[in-house]
Design a protein around this ligand. Structure first.
Ligand code: PLP
Length: 369
């Protein structure tokens, strides 16, 4: 086992998250030819494991880019100039998704809610009915910026399909902590990132792609080189990627997915349920208020308001320097007002207890300073 550096802190960010020594060690495997048999074997195995993550018999891709690249892949492969897309907007990442649709030449119909909440499903239905013909629904499942989860990914996807549209889910900060069985739920594309609930290092995006998308792309090739899905599928059929893969990250991802498969879906989801409950209960005991309404609170990102008088940068600096624990600040309108704790991947009772104790002690120190 590789000794962790003495600099290693407990990473309680909503991604990147803690990575096991076993997964870190995997990155030290030898550099190999990405056009050779050893890589084909690695990639074939990796795609098989990724299918278990998405619970799909369809196509999956592993891209050498962060989650944003995965989202861009989904948007630029589906949206053509003039297309309309429905985008629920309830935080930073869903706002970016709407912008990406516009960058691709599409029109994003934004269905908005206050941050900390999720637009009601009936508002999505109304927007779809009003739009009549639209190309796709792009839904962020878990808004990492506010610690809120849209509880209706399945229903919203069905509604989009009923309108003849594609259903695309950004599950970057949720898949692996939540199960999202894409075939069963009729999701056309689902995107996730390596650095969140899969507990691999940052740098890879994974995507599931339905046969409906594959068929569409045969008649309408996308205008992108790096994110060209048909090209990935063509090379993937031969166990290769079109461009040079980030090999050490592929090794790490393969190992992280082995860990995920060894644990199994039931235990993994249960662990995220239990650990997030422990964090919500713990912060409530400390007198902190969660950003998310109780019915939509995320199991993978816990965002809470600071008590009056606590400075965000002082708090996070003290947590890191004095306690060796890294937590995240707030985004946009929440900057300086909120901190966020990741509950992802390797999360366990020991990490939760250490974090809650450190949060309590640090707040007390700063409030009485
Ligand atoms: N979408 C969501 C929901 C996210 O949480 C993030 C990152 O936190 C992204 C997209 C962007 O991913 P990345 O930073 O890996 O590019």
């Amino acid at each position: 086992m590789m000794p962790m550096s003495s600099e290693q802190k407990l990473i309680m960010l909503p991604g990147p998250t803690n990575v096991s020594p076993r997964v870190m060690q995997a990155m030290l495997r030898p550099i190999i030819n990405h056009r050779g048999d050893a890589f084909r074997q690695l990639y074939g195995g990796l795609l098989g494991k990724a299918r278990q993550l998405f619970q799909t018999k369809g196509e999956v891709l592993v891209l050498s880019c962060s989650g944003t690249g995965g989202v861009e892949t989904a948007v630029f492969n589906l949206i053509r100039p003039g297309d309309t897309a429905i985008v629920p907007v309830f935080g930073e990442f869903s706002s970016r998704l709407a912008e990406t649709v516009e960058l691709a030449g599409g029109k994003a119909v934004q269905v908005k809610s206050e941050f900390g909440k999720v637009p009601p499903l009936s508002d999505l239905q109304d927007a779809m009915t009003k739009a009549g013909r639209f190309k796709a629904l792009f839904l962020v499942h878990n808004e990492t910026s506010t610690g809120v989860t849209a509880p209706y990914a399945r229903e919203a996807s069905r509604m989009a399909r009923d309108h003849g549209a594609f259903a695309v889910i950004d599950a970057i900060s949720s898949l692996g902590g939540y199960a999202i069985p894409v075939d069963e739920w009729g999701i056309d594309m689902c995107v996730t990132g390596s650095q969140k609930c899969i507990a691999a290092p940052p740098g890879l995006a994974l995507l599931s792609v339905s046969s409906k998308v594959v068929d569409f792309l045969k008649t309408s090739p996308p205008k992108t080189r790096y994110f060209d899905i048909p090209r990935y599928l063509e090379y993937g059929a031969n166990g290769e990627t079109p461009f040079t893969p980030a090999l050490p990250l592929y090794y790490a991802m393969d190992e992280a997915l082995k860990e995920f498969i060894e644990e199994g879906w039931t235990k993994r989801v249960q662990r995220h349920d239990e650990m997030s409950k422990a964090i919500y209960d713990g912060v409530a005991k400390l007198g902190l208020r969660a950003v998310a309404s109780p019915d939509v609170r995320s199991k993978t990102v816990i965002a809470t308001y600071y008590p009056p008088g606590v400075d965000d940068s002082q708090f996070r600096k003290s947590m890191s320097q004095d306690k060796g624990i890294v937590v995240a600040g707030g985004f946009g309108p929440f900057k300086g007002k909120v901190f966020r704790i990741g509950c992802m991947g390797q999360i366990n009772g020991g990490y939760v207890d250490r974090t809650l104790k450190a949060v309590g002690e640090t707040l007390q120190k700063l409030q009485h300073a």
